[in-house]
Ligand binder design. Structure first.
Ligand SMILES: Cc1ncc(COP(=O)(O)O)c(C=O)c1O
Length: 380
């Protein structure tokens, strides 16, 4: 969203129509687009030279949401459990259970004794036991890297033990890297596409990405699956026939990503603007009494600790009242932790990737709502 005009100008300059776009296409996405995407990921994700991506393992689908639907169709069955670290982008629950009656098991990142949010093998070990105790079959893990809502980037040292655990239990791992190109300027990110042959169970390790975040083109509904094996993609073609985006949008995006020079410049500019905005919004929010900001490394959001603004031993009901106060009195929509599966009341996710005018107005209203108005209108 911070590069909206640049994207509109670019897309308007390449929008064209050719006769083949009139007709049905490949149910897993046009081969030329998949081929171009292999080059794009190779380049944009800085993959090593020995990594050879193939269009045979790729599916173009209806956004990341479509990718989750397809993955759950390909990999899970009734009574299967999918383990997800929480808090997380919880709309996934809906996506994965549309076609298959599986269940999400949340694995809290918040360590009760340290009070810190930390990804570890242990949280999945607990989730695995919980799933079994509910009579479910733990089938897959979903990892969101960089994380939404924390903005954490998980490095190889952190992720490897989780892959190892999944391999021991013959579980699939789906890695959602939808914010891979939205890391702040000084940050490093390593895609699982770069782990290559060193993965403990490559056939069960799957990648997911979409144009919705790194390009802020969520309206286009173009998501990408890079599955562990080409056979899975063949299986997916039956369901993807109804999810595959139009040939027109695939053709347009193929041309967009083929222009390497423009893509490099766009990614750099976008990361620069996100970083600048993050620093600016973080420092403004930190001036408000009772607001603490957890350091973020990527994405469009700030994970804020507002526990000091809630009563002692606050409940999720208290958190809800603060959410309603911000929404009803200030007209600002901020997701509360409970919605994202956070296990402790008082955490909120603030989005900062909006235009300057909205951001300035929102910050003013938030400050007002959390200080004078909050105290006089809202008894705690
Ligand atoms: C981590 C994550 N995954 C998936 C999605 C869904 O993306 P899409 O619009 O491509 O369906 C989102 C959207 O916010 C997201 O944050």
């Amino acid at each position: 969203m911070l590069c909206e005009q640049e994207l509109v100008d670019k897309l308007q300059s390449i929008q064209t129509w050719i006769p083949s776009l009139n007709y049905y296409g490949d149910p897993i996405g046009e081969r030329t687009f998949r081929q171009e995407l292999c080059h794009f990921f190779q380049d944009a994700l800085h993959l090593d030279n020995d990594v050879q991506l193939t269009p045979d393992r790729m599916i173009i689908t209806g956004g990341a949401a479509g990718a989750f639907i397809v993955y759950s169709y390909m990999l899970t069955d009734v009574n299967d459990a999918i383990l997800v670290p929480s808090p997380y982008y919880s709309y996934i629950d809906h996506n994965v259970s549309i076609l298959t009656e599986n269940q999400i098991i949340r694995c809290p990142l918040l360590n009760q004794s340290t009070g810190k949010f930390r990804l570890s093998r242990e949280i999945f070990e607990h989730g695995y036991i919980e799933a079994q105790s509910k009579g479910l079959n733990p089938r897959a893990i979903i990892l969101i890297n960089p994380s939404n809502p924390l903005g954490d980037i998980y490095d190889e040292m952190t992720i490897r033990p989780i892959f190892q655990f999944a391999a021991e239990k013959r579980m699939h791992v789906i890695v959602d890297e939808i914010y891979a190109l939205s890391t702040f300027v000084t940050e490093c990110f390593q895609s699982i596409l770069n782990y290559n042959s060193s993965l403990p169970d490559p056939d069960r390790t799957h990648f997911l990405w979409s144009f919705s975040k790194d390009f802020s083109l969520s309206g286009a509904r173009v998501g990408i699956i890079y599955a562990g094996t080409a056979e899975l993609c063949t299986k997916a073609s039956k369901i993807n026939f109804v999810l595959v985006p139009s040939r027109n949008i695939q053709y347009t995006f193929e041309q967009l990503i083929a222009n390497r020079e423009w893509i490099h410049a766009y990614i750099a500019l976008n990361r620069q603007r996100l970083t600048h905005r993050y620093i600016q919004v973080k420092s403004t929010l930190e001036t408000i009494e009772g607001v603490k900001i957890r350091q973020s490394h990527a994405g469009f959001f700030i994970w804020a600790d507002l526990r000091e603004l809630l009563p002692d031993k606050a409940s999720f009901n208290d958190e809800k009242r603060l959410f309603e106060h911000l929404f009803n009195c200030a007209g600002v929509f901020v997701l509360r932790g409970h919605t994202l599966g956070c296990t402790e009341p008082g955490w909120f996710r603030f989005i900062f990737s909006v235009n300057d005018t909205i951001m300035t107005e929102a910050l003013m209203r938030i400050e007002k709502a959390l200080t004078q108005t909050y105290c006089s209108h809202f008894s705690i």
